[in-house]
Structures are given as C-alpha cells and as structure tokens.
Design a binder for this molecule. Structure first.
Ligand code: UDP
Length: 238
C-alpha cells in the first residue's frame, strides 16, 4: 500500500506554533530555517506543498471561549494562517525557490485562489505551493486541510510536523518507559485512542488510505530528513 520514499509529491503540515517559536507572531529565524530545509529538498526534485496553521495568531476555539462568535473567530484564525504563508513564501524566495501562495479565502492582491489543478502545475514546475486560509470554512482545522489537499493534489504522504517524536504507547512526558512506534496502523491508533491528528483529518486519511508521518520539528534538519524519505518519527498507514 505504502509507497516508500523517495516521494514524488508530499504535503507538509506545519502548525502555527512553529512559526512563532512559541510566541505570538512570526519568528524570522525559525521561518528562515524551515525555508532553507524545504529549499534543499525541492532542489532534489521532490514536489512540496505546504499547509500552514495559524495557532501562533488565533485559534477560533479559544476566542469563542472568550465570548466571540465561533465562526467569526475561526475566520480570524484562517486569516492568521495567511501571514505565516507570506513569511514562508518570502524566506523561500530569498533562497531562490519559486513559490505560490493559494488561499481558500480569496485575496487577489497577495495570493492565488485555491485551484487544485493549477497547484499541481506549479508543483510540476518545481514551485512550492503554500496553502493558506485553511479550508475557508469555520469549524475545521488545518490538519484536515492537510489531509484534504494531499488527497486532492495526489500527494503520496502527509508529513505532520509536531513537537513530539512520533506516536508513543503512553505520554512520553509522563511515562519514562513509553516507547515510540516506528510504524502503526490507522486501526490500532483508533482502537487505542492515539490522537495522531484531529478526528476529521484522521478519518480522511484512513478512509482514503493516505499515510501520515508524524515527526518532531524541534530537531533541526528533520523537515529535510522526512521529505527526503529518512525514516524518522512514526509512519501511520493502513
Ligand atoms: N480554521 C478554520 N477552518 C479551517 C482551518 C483553520 O476555521 O479550515 C481556524 C480555526 O479557528 C483554527 C485556526 O484557524 O483554530 C488556526 O488553525 P489551526 O488551529 O489548525 O492551526 P495550528 O494548530 O496548525 O497552528
């Protein structure tokens, strides 16, 4: 089932927290580092699309707990992702990589609208496509968008950057004997209640047989490693 590396086309999901280096806004050093890793692998011929989160600006759920209308707060969340997209675009282009930002909410001055077939054309030409504004719909997450975009543009794998090394049989922060899975099936994750991605994203991947690699972004160089096909993190597949 699973197509081993080298991959032809991947979707890399970066959470917003990454962009801010744990703070509000964008940390240029962090984004520059991510861009340099992506640039290195794109030059080897792998087609890379990036789905960008926005948790470093706003999370709809948090704003709505504070009293905002949930849907409107989610739109703020989606707009936040676009700022991260522009930052990543800038640092990639500084490294000589052509890019296109495509957003699910149209904003013609700064990005193309999301047009899947055009995204594929860009990828074929070696451009990095950066997907912003989530799905354009409230009540979704950018994890789900990562899965959906990967399916629609025919990526072989969803690479999900997180702050842990992969999927463990217990919380490694609490249980010192926790062990990491090199590989685990969708079914076992479900059965044992491991949260690899949000439920909607997970079920899309499982239903359509799209493998996910969960890997640790905090280790320098991991983005390039995982895109190149080095076996880091945990592979979740059928
Ligand atoms: N969001 C949304 N629809 C989407 C994607 C995102 O409404 O399709 C909103 C939602 O409020 C979310 C915020 O944008 O909290 C930021 O996205 P996410 O939480 O997925 O970012 P990450 O956790 O990856 O930083």
């Amino acid at each position: 089932d699973f197509e081993p590396a080298p991959y032809q086309r991947v979707v890399l999901k970066l959470s917003g927290e990454v962009f801010g280096g744990g703070k509000l806004g964008v940390d240029p050093e962090v984004v520059s580092n991510i861009a340099s890793q992506v640039a290195d692998v794109v030059k080897t011929g792998v087609q890379v699309a990036v789905v960008v989160g926005g948790g470093n600006y706003f999370r709809g759920a948090e704003l709505s707990e504070g009293g905002m209308d949930h849907a409107r707060a989610d739109y703020m969340g989606m707009l936040g992702t676009v700022m991260n997209c522009l930052a990543l675009q800038d640092f990639l282009e500084k490294r000589g990589v052509d890019t296109r930002v495509q957003t699910a909410i149209t904003m013609g001055q700064i990005a193309e609208p999301y047009i899947p077939r055009r995204a594929i054309r860009h990828l074929e030409k070696g451009r990095v496509v950066i997907f912003g504004a989530g799905s354009g719909m409230p009540y979704f997450t950018t994890d789900t968008v990562g899965a959906q975009r990967a399916l629609e543009i025919g990526a072989q794998i969803l690479l999900k950057a997180t702050s842990v090394d992969g999927v463990y049989d217990a919380d490694p922060k609490k249980v010192p004997t926790a062990t990491k899975f090199e590989r685990i099936s969708f079914a076992e994750c479900l059965q044992r209640g491991f949260r690899v991605a949000d439920a909607t994203a997970f079920s899309l991947c499982m239903e359509h047989n799209l493998p996910i690699i969960v890997f640790n972004l905090r280790e320098d160089g991991n983005i390039a490693r995982v895109i190149r096909g080095e076996r880091i993190g945990t592979l979740v597949s059928a």
